[in-house]
Write a protein that binds this ligand. Sequence first.
Ligand SMILES: N[C@@H](CCC(=O)N[C@@H](CS)C(=O)NCC(=O)O)C(=O)O
Length: 231
Amino acid sequence: MSIRMYDLAGADPAVRFSPYCWRIRMALAHKGLTVETIPWRFSDKSAIAVSGQGAVPVIRDGETVVHDSWAIAEYLDDRYVDRPALMDGAQGKALANFARHFSQTVFAPIAFKAVMLDIYNAIDAGDRDYFRQSREARVGKTLEAFAIGEDEARALLKPALAPLRALLQEQAFVNGDAPAFADYCLFGGFMWVRGVSRKQLLAEDDPVYAWRERMLDLFEGLARKAPAVGA
Ligand SMILES: N[C@@H](CCC(=O)N[C@@H](CS)C(=O)NCC(=O)O)C(=O)O
């Protein structure tokens, strides 16, 4: 029986844009596990109430329900220990944890400014008031006042991604020769942007761009084939 995953969807239910859910889509493919994704909307809290909180990803594997992308990755490695590791040993976990925090504290704040209005436009009409109110309360401004354009986002991201760029000049993936959860943690953020926005936040000659292309091609193009507003 396949694992079921609640997966944040846009107005078009085929568009899945949660950075955290994308970490897990990639992680499940890495482990060779099949998944049935269930489109989920911000206002659909009751569907995931069994997890005891209100955010996705949430997976159900038989009788086991797990939420939070990091906890799900740990669960998958513990439960499916014979399959390729997402985080190989304590060092693999430490690297993935760095990538997780880099993604959330460096990449996401810039990307969020760039795509917040695109998210607003891509989500279901029934989610819009909730999204506007909750995000405006978080940032202390209207979405319109907080948003930045493509040029400003690129200018902010270029220096911010310098450590990632330097690393990817020396190796194909964050994890080394082959991708693992460290890569999926970062890549989720790029799938968030791609899902809702036509903005191109990377220059085509950036090694991070080339890595993103490799990531899009993994698992027979799982991410590249996913319906998205952007490319
Ligand atoms: N720490 C969580 C964060 C999950 C999260 O924030 N998910 C967002 C979607 S990208 C969500 O479901 N938000 C619900 C809301 O804003 O009400 C994880 O890594 O899974």
